[in-house]
Design a protein around this ligand. Structure first.
Ligand code: COA
Length: 336
């Protein structure tokens, strides 16, 4: 039976380092408030001039992942691009990335599942591989949030949280009897909570996507969030989906060498770890440096962990868990 194996990973951060102190110069916030509530110290944003989209960051990350996998772009037989901030309204960033990789007929699929996007992407790749539809798949999570944030005091509750970045993972179907690769995935969505975290405009459901007379700096064009509601749902759903994924994979929490939670808020991850009794050494967090990079956050953490050598030995078993807008949540268990 074929197993879905990670062959290479890569990451790309936007070039502009923005510290909490930098934000305090443009809105009413403090380094202390941001660190205390979220753990974030800094993030990277795209330059204020010129063009840099999710697919551009995705391209850099993809080149690194392809190099580690030893693949040429032509070998990719499917591209999955997870993003909530596509370069343009349509077509999707997967098509744009394919073009940048020099590919002219490789299928490309965009996934719009926000912070759970990479998990949806990895689960989809696993299904494509196991069903024989594709064998070498490039899964990318990439976001450019900064061009769409309200960087005034009005938008401070959201603006301080997000960073721009991308990460890519090459996965391949390999025939083996060993219990390795993607062991199980569990995905969920509950649209009843959509209003808790969303960007409403431009909205195709309206007769006029840009309602006439509405100023371009209306808050309806920026992400809005019910922070406490998102926080509470996250700390409830993450343990649930962890148990569900572990059970499906046939492993226990003690078997997990490292947990890679989505990086939305260090406090959410600490509450989750405390509730599940996961010691700090088995939780991989890097939100302090990057902020919430949404679909990129889990593969970005994986790439960093592999580089540091904290995971990746044969037999190492890891768990990805995430939660985000939609509302969506999910988990994937993986063994090297
Ligand atoms: N700097 C300073 N003060 C800020 C601020 C900022 N960046 N953002 C909000 N505040 C203020 C609020 O205006 C409020 O002031 P008030 O009491 O005078 O009305 C106060 O801080 C507390 O706001 P509150 O929203 O209750 O704070 P909180 O402790 O819930 O923390 C979040 C806010 C956003 C950090 C927290 O709710 C959170 O992390 N939620 C989950 C977010 C998330 O994970 N989103 C992505 C999901 S994938």
């Amino acid at each position: 039976m074929k197993k879905t194996i990670i062959k290479g990973t890569g990451r790309a951060l936007a070039p502009r380092l923005v510290t909490n102190e930098d934000l305090a110069k443009i809105m009413d916030t403090t380094d202390e408030w941001i660190q205390q509530r979220t753990g974030i110290q800094q993030r990277y944003w795209v330059p204020e001039e010129g063009q840099m989209g999710a697919s551009d960051l995705g391209l850099t990350a993809s080149h690194k992942a392809l190099e580690k996998a030893g693949w040429q772009p032509e070998e990719i037989d499917f591209i999955i691009f997870a993003t909530l901030s596509p370069d343009i309204f349509f077509p999707g960033s997967g098509c744009l990335l394919a073009e940048k990789l020099g590919l002219t007929s490789t299928p490309a699929l965009d996934i719009r599942q926000q912070c759970t996007g990479f998990l949806y992407g990895l689960a989809t790749a696993d299904s494509y591989i196991k069903s024989g539809l594709a064998n070498k798949i490039l899964v990318v999570g990439g976001e450019v949030h900064s061009s769409g944030l309200d960087k005034t005091t009005r938008g401070r509750d959201v603006a301080v949280l997000f960073g721009d970045g991308a990460a890519a993972v090459c996965v391949e179907g390999v025939k083996t009897d060993e219990n390795i690769g993607v062991l199980a995935s569990c995905l969920h969505a509950d649209g009843r909570g959509a209003d808790n975290l969303m960007t409403e405009l431009p909205a195709s459901r309206l007769p006029d996507r840009h309602p006439q007379g509405l100023p371009i700096d209306s808050e309806r064009f920026f992400p809005s969030m019910n922070g406490p509601a998102v926080f509470k749902t996250a700390v409830r759903k993450l343990p649930q989906v962890t148990r569900e994924t572990l059970e499906k994979a046939g492993v226990s929490l003690d078997d997990i060498d490292m947990v890679f939670p989505h990086q939305a808020n260090l406090r959410i991850n600490q509450a989750f770890a405390q509730f599940m009794k996961i010691d700090e050494a088995r939780m991989f967090n890097n939100i302090q440096k990057y902020g919430n990079t949404t679909a990129a956050s889990i593969p970005l953490a994986l790439d960093e962990a592999l580089e540091q050598g904290v995971v990746g030995k044969p037999g190492d078993t890891i768990l990805f868990v995430g939660f985000g807008a939609g509302l969506t949540w999910g988990g994937v268990a993986y063994r090297f």
